[in-house]
Design a protein around this ligand. Structure first.
Ligand code: C5P
Length: 227
């Protein structure tokens, strides 16, 4: 069977990564969560006090970018790859709301995008990959054989994310999560370099009223027709 590239883009907390993981598993493909890469750089910038402080220093972040060594390491038990920054497992830390509040700002920086897009292209050069993010179908793999664009109402997404964070023990309010999502939607869609937008040839899925299982079945069956 020939291998293809599957690009999944869309707004924050639309269930992109859940769908991408399920698809990759069913097809025996590699799964790459590009949001984790932007989150890792955001964490690097926060730890060095380049962002999230009164006098942010983007020039210093750009200068030190080569020092941020990112790596995905597959965790057999979990069944997916975890994000490492300079040898440290940062998977849990990058999901925290503090990082979510900085990541979209960091993702507007052209040099950050170049570094990560180059890595993503390299990871997908042999196809057989499901990658999720904001610019996968438009910038990273414009020739992907299957492109999916996921949406859902901000309230639906905020509620799902709020429940997830509570389950993990994070003390957040629904209002804080909704505000973060609306903020990221705005910054992601209005930035100068590779803004979030649906690729013309992407299939759009609004899953506000659709269960994850039904969504997976529909997209998996569609992918088999493309392959
Ligand atoms: O997918 P996730 O919500 O973890 O992504 C976190 C943030 O990283 C997004 O809100 C966006 O600002 C940025 N991002 C991006 N391009 C991607 C993936 C994520 O700009 N391909």
């Amino acid at each position: 069977m020939q291998k293809i590239t599957i690009a999944i883009d869309g707004f924050s907390s639309t269930g992109k990564s859940t769908l991408a993981k399920q698809l990759a598993k069913a097809l025996g493909y590699i799964y790459v969560d590009t949001g984790a890469m932007y989150r890792a750089i955001a964490l690097f910038a926060m730890r060095n006090r380049f962002v999230g402080v009164e006098n942010e220093n983007v020039a210093a972040l750009i200068k030190l970018l080569p020092n941020a060594k990112l790596k995905f390491v597959f965790n057999e038990q979990l069944g997916f790859a975890e994000m490492y920054l300079n040898g440290e497992n940062i998977e849990k830390e990058i999901r925290r709301i503090e990082v979510s509040n900085q990541v979209s700002r960091v993702a507007t920086i052209e040099e950050v995008r170049h570094k990560l897009v180059d890595m993503q292209k390299e990871m997908g050069k042999d196809k057989g990959i499901v990658m999720d993010g904001r610019d996968i179908g438009t910038v990273v793999f414009p020739d992907a054989e299957l492109k999916i664009f996921m949406t859902a109402s901000p309230e639906t997404r905020a509620y799902r994310r709020y429940k997830e964070l509570l389950d993990k023990g994070d003390k957040v309010s629904y209002e804080e999560v909704l505000k973060n999502i609306q903020n990221r939607d705005y910054v992601d869609s209005h930035r100068e370099f590779s803004p979030l937008k649906r690729a013309e040839d992407a299939i759009e899925f609004d899953n506000s009223d659709m269960g994850m299982e039904e969504q997976f079945d529909r997209i998996y069956n569609h992918s088999l027709r493309v392959i």
